[in-house]
Design a protein around this ligand. Sequence first.
Ligand SMILES: C=C(O[C@@H]1C=C(C(=O)O)C=C[C@H]1O)C(=O)O
Length: 95
Amino acid sequence: MTAVHTDRTGARTDQAADVITGARERIDALDDRIIGLIQERMAVSAVIQDARVSSGGRRVNLAREMEVLAHYRDALGRPGTSLAMTMLELCRGRI
Ligand SMILES: C=C(O[C@@H]1C=C(C(=O)O)C=C[C@H]1O)C(=O)O
């Protein structure tokens, strides 16, 4: 690869391109696992919501959602809150 060439990785050397390609494969595998875990979480959350609604309760429980948001914020900082809000929307729909 010449000094000015950039491929899909944006790297300027073959060595950097190899590092990036390998690391991207790991990221793709991690994303597959994360998506699988989110889908599993959605299914478990649905069990809880269905049980509550069937019992005459409400689908959403805001006190519990505050705990979930705090858990993510404590672990990941402020962006963790945004991530948790998106995940809650995936699990119980929009409110
Ligand atoms: C799963 C629940 O029901 C809803 C979904 C939640 C979730 O996906 O984490 C949290 C609170 C509720 O709004 C629960 O009450 O635990």
